[in-house]
Design a protein around this ligand. Structure first.
Ligand SMILES: [Zn+2]
Length: 451
């Protein structure tokens, strides 16, 4: 046994039991990316985006200064500038267009356009793995169908859109093993249209999307009545798949894995990264698919079976969300840029960046099983060996069945099975891979192998 650490950060336990601290282990690449996040740039970019007046999905596209067309051309140009500065010729920046037929919020056929930058992975064996960071660049005001009135959408979702842009800026010059897609979606407010289209095509084309981080309303930590949560952001994750495959619900019930979906492992991973990089903004994990009875772009990826989570500030200010700009008795309404806090937004971006840099550089999470040979008090896990050449080893993690996060970890080295002296009756287990620099993958939850 190489040493067991308590992830909870109990110093005495680490000193007695540990060989290295998993709580504070950081990699230079990710630490450097976090340092490059610029609150001043975030602030000016959010204000610039809000200045297009409205980015309603049905707003005009011919003007160079107002409407969703001008906004997306500006966003594309930002992406292109980032891509050009790298000197790489394999980065693509696209306006991905499709025709959206009428629906309850689309009165007549309209062209929708996602703004997408794809940065291929630098490790050939990892290039097929894709991570998506997404924010929706469309906006709305009090009337979901008002395509002419002002809808600056500074926070919803200018904040998430600019978060995506900033992540592209800090990571494009850096070497990531896996492929990252930076995406600004259209039509979220009209029914998740841009994200759904993208996710459907991705599934049809067999794109191996391993994780999606959707940032939607992440710029304003203050809420109504003086409430504020400047050091937290909510992370929503589904526990049960939206459209389970045949037999999947039965397996979830048999293995009691109703809180161990890939999306939930991704949410826990964000929490783990926040602890390791001591980010100013920490995730508050909410174990439900979204806010009560609501949905967002991550839901469109969940629909297709992809792991996807949503980040949203703790207190939403409804005076400023989906509101016409106006003043009622001295009380301002409307989603204007002055209410976006650049330091808070930078904190959310750093949290995203910690997770993105870690999972894109770590080896693919192993497919693992709990091996059953008979009744026994120990637990044996086995997993497939990584095909990525920089894999340096694996860690087994576990937690009590009532715990929300992984609390224990054992570094088991470069092996493909391990027996641990704890009963699978009483604990949940998982396996993750790490590379030579110490980037760790998202935890993989085991199935069963009856021998
Ligand atoms: Zn939104």
């Amino acid at each position: 046994m190489r040493g067991i650490n308590f992830l909870s950060g109990c110093a005495a336990a680490i000193a007695v039991l540990g060989t290295s601290s998993h709580v504070t282990a950081q990699t230079p690449l990710v630490r450097g990316a976090l340092q490059d996040v610029s609150p001043a740039r975030l602030q000016s970019d959010v204000a610039r985006l809000a200045d297009f007046g409205t980015r309603h999905t049905l707003s005009e596209t011919a003007s160079e200064t107002r409407g969703i067309g001008a906004a997306r051309r500006w966003l594309r140009d930002q992406f292109q500038g980032i891509a050009d500065a790298t000197g790489r010729n394999d980065i693509t920046v696209e306006l991905q267009r499709f025709i959206q037929p009428p629906n309850y919020r689309i009165p007549e056929e309209v062209e929708l356009v996602n703004v997408v930058m794809t940065v291929p992975g630098m490790l050939p064996e990892a290039r097929d793995r894709v991570y998506v960071v997404i924010g929706h660049y469309d906006s709305r005001n009090g009337d979901a169908m008002d395509f002419e009135g002002d809808a600056p959408g500074a926070n919803d979702d200018g904040s998430g859109t600019i978060a995506v842009l900033e992540m592209a800026r800090v990571f494009a010059p850096r070497r990531l093993d896996a492929t990252v897609i930076y995406m600004m979606s259209a039509g979220e407010e009209q029914g998740l249209l841009g994200a759904r289209r993208f996710a459907q095509v991705a599934l049809e084309e067999g794109m191996d999307i391993q994780g999606v981080l959707s940032n939607d309303i992440v710029g304003d930590p203050s809420g109504p009545d003086g409430r504020s949560a400047p050091t937290e952001v909510r992370v929503f994750s589904e526990g049960i798949p939206m459209y389970p495959e045949s037999g999947e619900m039965n397996m979830i019930r048999q293995l009691a894995m109703e809180s161990d979906s890939p999306s939930r492992q991704l949410a826990r991973f964000l929490d783990d990264c926040a602890r390791r990089y001591a980010t100013d903004v920490r995730p508050r994990l909410i174990f439900r698919p979204d806010r009560f009875l609501r949905g967002g772009d991550h839901s469109a990826f969940n629909e297709q079976g992809f792991a996807a989570v949503r980040l949203t500030e703790v207190y939403e200010a409804y005076d400023r969300q989906h509101q016409d700009i106006r003043d009622v008795g001295g009380r301002p309404y409307g989603d204007t840029a002055e209410f976006v806090d650049p330091e808070y937004l930078a904190g959310v971006v750093r949290l995203n960046a910690a997770a993105l840099g870690e999972m894109a550089n770590a080896p693919r999470p192993p497919r693992c099983n709990i091996v059953i040979t008979g009744l026994e008090t120990t637990t044996t896990l086995e997993w497939n060996a990584s095909t990525e050449p920089d894999v340096a080893g694996y860690e087994v993690v576990w937690r009590a069945t009532t715990d929300w996060r992984w609390t224990h970890v054992e570094d088991v080295g470069l092996v493909t099975s391990h027996t641990i002296d704890l009963s699978k009756d009483n604990w949940y287990f998982g396996v993750r891979a790490y590379d030579r620099e110490g980037h760790r993958s998202v935890v993989s939850f085991p199935g069963v192998d009856r021998q």
